[in-house]
Design a binder for this molecule. Structure first.
Ligand SMILES: [Zn+2]
Length: 368
């Protein structure tokens, strides 16, 4: 959220898959759909819009998950009592209306699983997560081209999505340039993670939802940072940013606290303060940025101390206060917005130019 987050070229394929998952779920919840109704013929219109999707879905249902075919999971759902079908159907409708959560007077978000039997929930979870784990992540991919057109060959895959996301968020267009995490502004790293903003274990229906996926650094994604933490307050999204539906980019402000050598994260406008605090708590941004602030501070200090020692060895004039200031200003001028931790380094550059800090460094160099 420190950086802008964009939908990518193959996002329509993910959105189309999300629609298919919703349509399948709602059809299985219809009172007239029985276990025996789940056939290749019955998946055609009006359940699914195209024969390509229906045939793909039938082949998908033949795949095996934990010793059972996905078809058995679908049959379990179709065989639920009516009361459970109503509960699951209501839950599916509510979760599908994710966008509405970021509009005024949103209906409550379902914080708990629907009132269905544990085996039915297990079947639903396995079936929905399989779209992500067994279709999206496989070489065959989803049955859609990047623009969402159904296809029976070369559909969008996880690898396509990762590449598209990287390409759309490169701050330096040269492929050799360092990549930056959109959430924290640190290095994206060699092993970035596809993050489900709303966790897929609790909301498997949106495991392939374009608005629920983003590529972030592993540090942001793993505990004690994001991990499995909720991104709402007991089902209320009012005080939360969302990567696509309520972007936080441009609302985060970094300040330094010089005596503590710390970075503080706040909002550029008071209306966003709670959202920024929630994002900070979710990702531990202040403490992670403070760590980088201190590390870069130490580096700059070490560079100056090494230069001072070289001057002493060479019998050259010692650093003046003005030279230290020039060093910091040149480093500041050379900071590139496309490099990791740009915002933290900018804050550090401003902090270092405080007279008290300059004088302290000057005194330290003089004492060598
Ligand atoms: Zn990150």
């Amino acid at each position: 959220m420190l950086k802008p987050i964009h939908r990518v070229v193959c996002s329509p394929a993910l959105a189309a898959c999300q629609r298919m998952m919703r349509q399948l779920s709602l059809w299985l919840c219809q009172p007239a759909t029985l276990a025996a109704s789940v056939t290749q013929h019955n998946l055609q219109l009006p359940v699914l819009v195209s024969a390509i999707e229906a045939n793909w879905l039938w082949a998908f249902l033949q795949r095996i998950d934990a010793g059972q075919s996905l078809l058995v999971h679908a049959q379990t759902l179709a065989g639920m009592p009516i009361v459970e079908k109503v509960a699951l159907s209501t839950w599916v409708q509510a979760v599908s209306a994710l966008t509405a959560q970021f509009q005024p007077a949103a209906a409550p978000w379902p914080v708990s699983a629907p009132a269905v039997s544990p085996p039915a929930w297990k079947a639903f979870k396995a079936l929905m997560e399989a779209f992500y784990e067994k279709a999206f992540k496989s070489t065959g991919g989803l049955p859609y081209l990047a623009d969402g057109t159904p296809t029976d060959t070369s559909g969008v895959t996880y690898a396509d999505y990762v590449k598209a996301f990287r390409d759309a968020h490169r701050l330096n267009p040269d492929p050799n340039g360092r990549e930056v995490c959109v959430l924290c502004g640190g290095p994206l790293g060699d092993t970035p993670h596809v993050d489900h903003w709303i966790i897929k274990s609790a909301f498997p229906l949106i495991s392939v939802c374009a608005d629920n996926l983003q590529l972030i650094c592993s540090t942001c994604n793993e505990a004690p940072n994001k991990g499995d933490k909720p991104v709402h307050s007991a089902g209320n999204y009012t005080d939360w940013f969302h990567p696509y539906l309520r972007p936080g980019n441009g609302t985060l402000r970094l300040d330094y606290l010089l005596p503590e050598l710390a970075v503080r994260c706040s909002a550029t406008t008071p209306a966003d303060q709670v959202k920024v605090e929630n994002l900070d708590a979710l990702l531990n941004l202040s403490s992670r940025w403070t760590k980088e602030f201190k590390a870069e501070y130490l580096k700059q200090q070490s560079v100056l101390l090494a230069r001072e020692r070289r001057r002493i060895l060479r019998n050259q004039p010692r650093h003046s206060l003005a030279e230290i200031l020039t060093h910091v200003q040149q480093w500041q001028d050379d900071l590139l917005p496309s490099e990791p931790h740009h915002e933290v380094h900018r804050v550090l550059a401003a902090a270092l130019q405080e007279l008290a800090r300059m004088s302290a460094w000057h005194a330290e160099l003089q004492s060598l």
